[in-house]
Design a binder for this molecule. Structure first.
Ligand SMILES: Nc1ncnc2c1ncn2[C@@H]1O[C@H](COP(=O)(O)OP(=O)(O)OP(=O)(O)O)[C@@H](O)[C@H]1O
Length: 277
């Protein structure tokens, strides 16, 4: 049997967010507010002056009574190893910690406990990956390609393929328009197309495929398979069980920041579907 080469090792990782300016849960409900609105939801019978006074009272009361920070423990002791050639789906309900774990693997969020070891530089492709709204699709392809580590020559050579893969120009010359004129699906497709134009040791994809149409999803799945064949490792966060089944050979199911199940994607997704039905 071929030797399995680990690309990502996540060892007992915890991630905690510190939220500035938030009190403990329920504090707002427990604390009577100065000048709070009456049962009608309005600030008493007064005019603008008394409403402004009530708002000021609320601000002052907040400053006095509530501690300034609160912590959210988003990932709680997660451990696994990922290997070359694997495509791993991360599934779980809203707020279960999938995006946070992805950011920790990408090195964008430091674990509060535990360690992440990666081989090579992981690339995180999120729905919000930064392209610039005021620049045209053309300029964003060049800048995004450079940001993804391509040379100018590589970007020039792959430019046409990126445009075709994205399907941006299928219904007219959109690539010469500013990106702010694109629908969110078009923007997400362009982002994925730029990232997919080069191979990656570890590619982390956060919901980017969800916005594409059927033809784009098929092209993306084929490209992910190629990336795996080029011996990379792909992580994919998605709420589409079908996408996880079709694209990934392994799935990790997170709930409340903990791993509930880790195994072949078909088995894990089936168990997840049973639990969430
Ligand atoms: N920037 C942040 N500041 C504070 N808490 C956050 C932040 N981002 C996420 N959280 C909290 O961390 C927990 C995990 O969130 P995360 O976004 O990782 O979940 P998710 O599984 O990706 O959710 P979804 O499926 O809804 O995208 C949630 O309780 C969320 O409220």
């Amino acid at each position: 049997m071929a030797e399995r080469v680990p690309t990502v090792v996540v060892d007992g990782v915890h991630v905690t967010y510190t939220v500035q300016g938030a009190g403990p849960a329920g504090a707002a409900a427990r604390r009577p507010e100065v000048g709070s609105p009456g049962p009608s939801g309005r600030a008493g019978a007064g005019g603008p002056r008394s409403r402004a006074g009530a708002a000021l009272g609320r601000l002052l009361a907040r400053g006095r009574a509530v501690p300034a920070t609160r912590t959210v423990h988003a990932v709680k002791g997660v451990s696994f190893a990922a290997y070359k050639g694997e495509a791993i789906g991360l599934i779980g309900s809203n707020g279960s910690g999938k995006s946070t774990l992805l950011k920790a693997v990408a090195g964008l969020l430091p674990p509060s406990r535990g360690h992440v070891y990666t081989q090579g530089q992981p690339s995180l492709l999120g729905v919000n990956a930064a392209l610039m709204g005021d620049l045209t699709g053309e300029r964003n392809i060049v800048l995004g390609g450079l940001a993804m580590g391509m040379t100018r020559e590589e970007v020039a050579e792959r430019y046409q393929r990126i445009v075709e893969f994205s399907g941006i120009n299928d219904k007219g010359d959109f690539v010469s328009l500013p990106m702010r004129t694109y629908s969110s699906g078009m923007g997400a497709r362009l982002r994925f197309s730029i990232a997919a134009a080069r191979s990656h040791d570890v590619l982390l994809i956060d919901e980017a495929l969800a916005t594409g149409d059927a033809a784009f999803r098929r092209r993306s799945q084929e490209r992910i398979n190629e990336l795996r064949a080029e011996a990379g490792t792909v992580f994919l966060v998605s709420h589409s069980n079908a996408t996880i089944r079709e694209t990934c050979d392994r799935a990790i199911w997170l709930e409340s920041g903990r791993v509930l199940m880790d195994g072949p994607s078909d088995e894990v997704v089936t168990a997840y579907e049973r639990a969430t039905r």
